[in-house]
Design a protein around this ligand. Structure first.
Ligand code: ADP
Ligand code: MG
Length: 699
């Protein structure tokens, strides 16, 4: 790596950014495009050819020979199909060409993407449509054009389309509210997102030696290492050289793509790390998070490592999540969730706060679903990550304020602005309006909310679709009420107080991991879905269909297809895991332990032959214990095999998913326990795979 690389020049150098557009497009074309990007309106087709030409020239200068429509199907990862710019012009000659038509619309053969039954095979065509609000970029010799992906009949088959629709919805409704406050300068309201990404790094050789890692991305077996995370010496610890070199390369690759990777540090568990970018508008944040995950995976092997994005790669130590920091801002640069110095007097802020409380309370189930995957089930509700119950943490000051307003009592602002460090030479540090509660799934952190349930491997689109749309509904309901009011100020006070009173049950500032909270949450009527399939069932509840259709974010058909895909992915993930366990058990663990037992038995016989009456109690004891465990392992394997086959044979994906959750997962657990018990008794040289200690300490 060159030493004196100039970061400001590197940053965004691979992006067809606003600056590049301004420089390369005729003034009127740029203005028209800029307007499209700012308003979210459709692009003027007459400028498409000009934009495409400029894009192609720029991309070719940056080493591109191909272009691809880049989209986000419902698989959770991105998809791309590359076409070259090359166009033959006869006499064995060719030119580089790219038309407006090719920029705006693509037609990938889409029959192999999940559609939840939406796209009958006889009409398997799918379309991709350019999203001018996300920047195109050059990567690996191709021009990447961010697009939305839909079926022949116009139904969204991706995560991007509903996300853009939800951004429009919240913008429209927020502008209605702002107008009632007399603000008519804002023309667009954006939701902003910064996604903190957690991940693990393991040695490549260890990764390759474990089928559970390379098939499933997480370990399915493994006795705990002697040293876990109990010393808490990894969190924020000094970076190991190999990890540090990797992080530098990652930063640079992301910076070139205009992704402002900002913070990096070691996380709680050994071998766990985190990367946080500077926030941006939601659609861009989603694209950039997907690219970040891609580069995390792609660059690790160059450093002899593999990056694990699974939510729970190792049992017994912390898993990985994604903190979705979310806020609302006007195009004039105002953050609408900023409380200011005296939140009690900031009515507009209080109304925004009320809107979020109402949205999160009314649509707890949807938020839970947005973080519900087979992988995340191993994390949510464990005593580490957020619980499976949605609640909001506001911090002491704001929570007292909300309660005072709800109760109509007077609020006394406490004077806790500065905290003293007790050392006169150090400056007093201003206290935030919020302190931190790390156990809360949805926390107010100063001028934004942090949704912490999303899994580390997930696309954050759905979480933001739900947030945007649910809050858009609050805004819309509020605007209806306030728009009709004779006395705006009075109606506003009443609306804020009523909303706080109605929805404050969603506030919780205690320890969200505790058993008492689970009981209290039940008493408060909050929903608690312990597993993904239980949550999925509610996706198409009447009130949820009403929400998404009212704001034209998803229609009922799109929702039903997504619900099916949730179940389909769930049963596939657990199915692959179960079958991986069967393979490892039969072909790795059972043969290895049999061999060890045989060698122990040979040793025992040899000892007896060598010396009559010699002490063979160690061999006898080990042979006895291991033979017992081996029988248990074998019968657990057969039981899992049967359960897996039965789950797979169910009539549809919903039934399969429930069968996997209720019958197969417990059998997987039984098999795992038997194998892990053999692991601690088996000589190291016989054990067929790297152990937890190897995996977490050999990077
Ligand atoms: P932590 O939560 O780990 O203490 P920070 O407070 O620094 O970290 O911020 C975490 C993330 O929140 C960063 O990605 C940051 O860019 C993002 N963030 C900050 N302000 C906003 C905002 N207004 N909207 C969305 N995200 C934001
Ligand atoms: Mg955070």
């Amino acid at each position: 790596m060159e030493k004196n690389i100039r970061i400001p020049e590197l940053f965004g150098s691979q992006v067809f950014s606003e600056d590049v557009m301004r420089e390369r497009l005729p003034k009127d074309v740029y203005k028209s495009l800029e307007k499209t990007m700012a308003t979210g309106n459709e692009i003027d087709p007459t400028i498409a050819d000009v934009v495409a030409g400029a894009m192609k020239d720029w991309a070719v200068e940056h080493g591109a020979t191909h272009f691809t429509h880049w989209f986000q199907p419902l698989t959770g990862v991105t998809a791309e199909k590359h076409d070259s710019f090359l166009s033959p012009v006869g006499h064995g000659k060719a030119i580089m060409e790219f038309s407006g038509k090719e920029l705006i619309k693509g037609e990938p053969d889409a029959s192999s993407f999940p559609s939840g039954g939406l796209r009958a095979t006889f009409e398997a065509r799918g379309y991709t449509a350019w999203d001018p609000a996300s920047y195109a970029f050059v990567k690996d010799g191709s021009l990447y054009i961010p697009t939305a992906f839909c079926s022949y009949t116009g139904e969204a088959l991706d995560t991007k389309t509903p996300l853009l629709r939800s951004m429009d919805a919240i913008s429209t409704e927020a502008l209605r509210l702002l107008a009632l406050f007399g603000d008519t300068t804002a023309k667009r309201v954006q939701t902003t997102v910064g996604a903190e990404q957690e991940y693990f790094l393991v040695d490549s050789a260890d990764f390759k030696a474990r089928r559970d890692l390379f098939y499933c991305g997480r370990t399915l077996f493994g006795a705990p290492a002697v040293k876990g995370q109990e010393m808490e010496d990894h969190y924020f610890g000094a970076l190991r050289p190999r990890v540090s070199a990797y992080m530098q390369a990652l930063d640079r690759a992301l910076w070139a793509l205009g992704i402002s990777a900002k913070t990096k540090h070691n996380e709680t568990a050994p071998a766990q790390h985190e990367l946080a970018p500077v926030f941006s508008s939601t659609n861009i944040a989603v694209d950039q998070n997907l690219l970040t995950m891609e580069y995390m995976r792609k660059l690790a092997p160059e450093f002899g490592m593999e990056c694990l994005l699974a939510e729970k790669p190792f049992a017994g130590i912390n898993g990985s999540g994604k903190h979705n920091n979310w806020s609302i801002a006007t195009d004039t640069g105002e953050n609408l969730l900023k409380p200011g110095k005296t939140p009690a007097d900031n009515k507009r802020f209080l109304l925004m706060l009320a809107a979020v409380l109402k949205a999160v309370d009314d649509y707890q189930d949807l938020l839970r679903i947005s973080a519900a995957t087979a992988g995340n089930d191993h994390r949510l509700g464990g005593a580490e990550a957020p619980p499976a119950i949605i609640s909001i943490f506001l911090g002491e000051e704001l929570e007292e304020l909300v309660n005072a307003i709800a109760d109509g009592s007077t609020y006394h602002k406490k004077d806790t602005k500065y905290m003293s460090l007790g050392v006169p030479s150090l400056p007093g540090i201003r206290k935030d309006n919020t302190d931190r509660n790390r156990t809360s799934p949805f926390a107010f952190t100063g001028n934004k909310f942090e949704f912490r349930m999303v899994g580390s491997s997930q696309n954050i689109a759905l979480a933001n679709i739900v947030l945007n749309t649910a809050v858009a509904k609050s805004f819309s309901d509020f605007a209806d009420i306030l728009g009709k009011a004779k006395d705006f100020e009075m109606a506003l006070d009443k609306l804020i107080a009523d909303t706080f009173r109605k929805h404050r049950r969603i506030l919780f500032s205690g320890n969200s991991y505790s058993k008492e909270w689970e009981e209290e949450a039940k008493a408060r009527g909050l929903s608690c879905f312990k597993s993904a399939p239980e949550a999925y069932e509610h996706f198409t509840d009447e009130k949820n269909i009403e929400l998404f259709t009212r704001f034209a974010v998803m229609n009922e058909v799109e929702m039903r297809s997504r619900r099916e895909i949730f179940f389909e992915i769930y049963r596939n993930v657990v199915g692959i895991e179960a079958r991986t366990m069967l393979e490892m058990s039969m072909r790795d663990y059972i043969p290895a332990v049999s061999k060890y037992i045989k060698d122990l038995s040979d040793a025992l016989i040899a000892k007896r032959e060598a010396l009559r009456g010699v002490d063979t109690s160690v061999e006898e004891s080990l042979i006895g214990k291991l033979s017992d465990l081996l029988s248990k392992t074998y019968s657990a394997t057969l039981a899992l095999e049967k359960a897996e086959a039965a789950a797979r044979a169910k009539a549809n994906d919903e039934q399969r998913a429930f069968s996997y959750k209720e019958v197969v997962l417990p059998k997987m657990e039984t098999l795992r326990r038997a194998v892990d018990s053999m692991e601690v008794l088996t000589a190291r040289e016989y054990w067929p795979v790297p152990t937890y200690g190897d995996l977490t300490y050999r990077v």
